[in-house]
Design a protein around this ligand. Structure first.
Ligand code: AMP
Ligand code: FES
Ligand code: ZN
Length: 327
């Protein structure tokens, strides 16, 4: 198998594009795909300051590296969720990556915000992954606003987008179908959100990461039961094998023909957003936003636990306390 561009020995075959490439030509092709994806929807305008959400996984690190190589003004942003060793490792990977490439990194610690994910899990009786997603989206936007960034970029790739689109379509979820895509425009109180990797697959991103020697954090979140949309992703593996190019065609078709139709319908309904009384974040769920409510629930739970502990102490026999003390 020979490289389509330079006729050297190819190291990667991409049937969906009908190309095979050697290392150098693949790296160039991959970066061009990102540039093309940015230009197609004008994701980044000249002079834009972009905050890149870095989880420590390969996709977001690849995104950061490619954007900086393409000359965009990027700053990394990591949310330290305080989930034991998993968060420590993820944060270290982001720190080492930014240091190695001379890039700036901003870190927000959820423990300092009163929102360490293990405490949130203890305080709420809802699935933690969706709550955690809500907290992350909140800090993506709040931090981009507070620090004067024009947009917030995430590392979602074509496989993530296709799986989400399939899930939304299977439920005919009109609100989500009107919102999904490589960009969400700036709106009052919200910074523009962009997904510049939307044209590249997980397979391509993994190869780029490997060939560029990017160290990343593999371990899945200990609270998650597996990769999100894993069933839908594996269905798409079979589909793409049988019909190369179907993924990108389906997604682009949705962006040009599906999404506008859903958007027209959803616009009529509109959403009433008011600033949160506590933090100023735009919210449609009453006077206090969802994240401030979560923080209050955590504070209440901590207080309950403190009260329980002091009752236990008062109930116990003073002798036990003396005997239990080390001296
Ligand atoms: P996930 O939902 O974990 O697949 O992550 C999707 C994207 O969200 C990643 O590519 C990152 O851009 C961003 N992201 C996820 N977790 C974090 C985090 N802890 N800190 C910053 N960005 C994150
Ligand atoms: Fe948020 Fe797992 S609960 S990353
Ligand atoms: Zn709030």
């Amino acid at each position: 198998m020979k490289c389509r561009r330079c006729k050297e020995v190819a190291i990667i075959d991409l049937p969906s594009h009908n190309f095979a490439f050697c290392k150098e030509c693949f790296l160039m092709f991959f970066e061009k795909q990102i540039q093309k994806g940015i230009e197609e929807f004008n994701l980044i305008s000249e002079g834009d300051k972009v905050l890149v959400a870095l989880s420590g996984g390969k996709d977001s690190l690849v995104l950061m590296l490619v954007l900086s190589k393409l000359g965009y003004d990027v700053t990394g942003f990591h949310i330290d969720l305080a989930i034991g060793q998993s968060s420590i490792k993820a944060r270290e990977v982001c720190e080492r990556f930014c240091e190695k490439h001379g890039l700036t990194l901003v870190v927000k610690e959820m423990a300092k915000e009163g929102l360490a994910i293990p405490s949130v899990k203890r305080a709420l009786k809802r699935p933690i992954c969706s709550v955690c997603g809500k907290i992350k989206r909140y800090y993506f936007n709040q931090t981009a606003r507070e620090l004067g960034f024009d947009s917030l970029a995430t590392g979602h790739n074509l496989d993530d987008e296709i799986a989400r689109l399939t899930s939304n379509t299977l439920r005919w979820d009109r609100a989500y179908l009107s919102d999904q895509g490589p960009f969400l425009p700036e709106a009052e109180g919200f910074r523009k959100k962009i997904k510049p990797l939307w044209r590249v697959t997980e397979y391509e991103s993994a190869h780029y990461s490997f060939l560029m020697g990017i160290e990343n954090h593999y371990a899945p979140c200990p609270y998650s039961s597996g990769a999100s949309f894993s069933v839908l992703k594996s269905l798409w593996v079979d589909l793409e094998l049988a019909m190369p190019g179907r993924k990108i065609d389906f997604y682009q078709g949705f962006l040009t023909r599906g999404r506008p139709a859903f958007q027209a319908e959803e616009k009529i309904k509109g959403k009433n957003l008011e600033p949160c009384e506590t933090c100023g974040y735009p919210t449609s769920s009453g006077s206090i936003c969802g994240v401030c409510r979560i923080r209050l629930a955590v504070e209440e739970r901590v207080k309950e636990m403190e009260d329980e502990m002091s009752y236990d102490f008062m109930d116990s026999d003073p002798k036990d306390v003396v005997e239990a003390s080390p001296e």
